[in-house]
Design a protein around this ligand. Structure first.
Ligand code: CP
Length: 319
């Protein structure tokens, strides 16, 4: 199976192909409605989710396939002590493709190794504070739709850059697309991990600065990617309570930004974006939700090798 544990599992051309396919799917909903007829998607969600699980499932349903799975580990045999590997080997007998979310970093990699003998692709739907590759696909489509490009942009990432897995996946991937300037806005306690900064350092075309104050830099940004402080990853509740409201984007702060800036957020939000921002044309986070479903439709059909009727691949490799 073709696994997506990280977007490093896909080439830049393959990611570009997924973006093209998502745009095609958006305008050819009827034509693609039987692309995955007879396929079964399993969603193994050991952590809460609204968007990721429901969009993985909706994507498969809209392509003609079916879904099985569990939402919340308390409903699965992990409560009896079953390992991830045994669960995945079992589900590989039932499903053609697996999406897994788990609180532990590396869980999706373990799952992909367990599913390999069954030739069932495993997609990482979020592993702890590590990676969230399909969220990044949604983010890329949103940035590309707004700006027509994925390079020559200044992107501010704001909030919990330590535990925010969406931030790690997005930085890792944008570093492969060209000139990107990252403005990393976080409290001292929630800075970007070294392994992510190393990716920027290794890129000949990308750069970063680390700052504490959003107001100081907001006027320079093309994209502002807000994040929730990840309560579930904190060891100490007092630290969470102290840090959770460090950055709140409201209409007054947004007034300092460029008219063309796009505000992204993987959602769910808590307090970090005031609802008075939602009506501003720069708010792109509900567009992102919709793009997430389209990209998961593109990804699911692609990793299963199911051809979208009428879709003409671009020159170059497409999965
Ligand atoms: N963006 C995201 O992963 O949302 P959920 O946790 O609701 O799936």
């Amino acid at each position: 199976g073709r696994n997506v544990v990280s977007l490093d599992d896909l080439s830049v051309n393959e990611i570009r192909a997924l973006l093209r396919k998502a745009a095609y799917i958006d305008t050819h909903r009827t034509q693609v409605a039987h692309t995955c007829d007879g396929r079964v998607l399993a969603t193994l969600f050991y952590e809460p989710s609204t968007r990721t699980r429901l969009s993985f499932e909706t994507a498969m349903l809209r392509l003609g396939g079916k879904t099985i799975g569990f939402a919340g580990a308390q409903l699965a045999s992990v409560t009896k002590g079953e390992s991830i590997a045994d669960t995945v080997k079992t589900v590989s007998c039932y499903a053609d493709i697996i999406a897994i979310r788990h609180p532990k970093e590396g869980a999706a990699l373990i799952a992909s190794e367990a599913a390999a003998p069954y030739d069932v692709p495993v997609i990482n739907a979020g592993d702890g504070g590590h990676m969230h590759p399909t969220q990044t696909l949604a983010d890329l489509l949103t940035i590309q739709s707004r700006f027509g490009r994925l390079d020559d942009v200044t992107i501010g990432l704001c909030g919990d850059l330590t535990f925010g897995r969406t931030v790690h996946s997005l930085i890792e991937t944008l570093c492969r697309f060209g000139h990107v300037r990252f403005v990393l806005i976080s409290p001292e306690e929630l800075v970007t991990p070294r392994y992510v900064l190393d990716r920027i350092d290794a890129s000949p075309t990308c750069s970063y600065v680390e700052v504490r104050d959003l107001t100081e830099v907001i006027g320079d940004l093309d994209v502002l990617y807000m994040t929730r402080v990840q309560k579930e990853r904190f060891f100490n509740e007092d630290d969470y309570l102290r840090l959770r409201d460090t950055y709140i984007l409201d209409a007054a702060k947004l007034a300092l930004a460029k008219p063309s800036m796009a505000v992204l957020h993987p959602l769910p939000r808590v307090n970090e974006i005031a609802v008075d921002v939602d009506a501003d044309p720069r708010a792109a986070y509900f567009e992102q939700v919709r793009n997430g479903m389209l990209m998961r439709m593109a990804l699911e059909s692609s990793v299963l090798g199911d051809t979208l009727p009428g879709y003409e691949p671009a020159v170059g490799k497409e999965i």
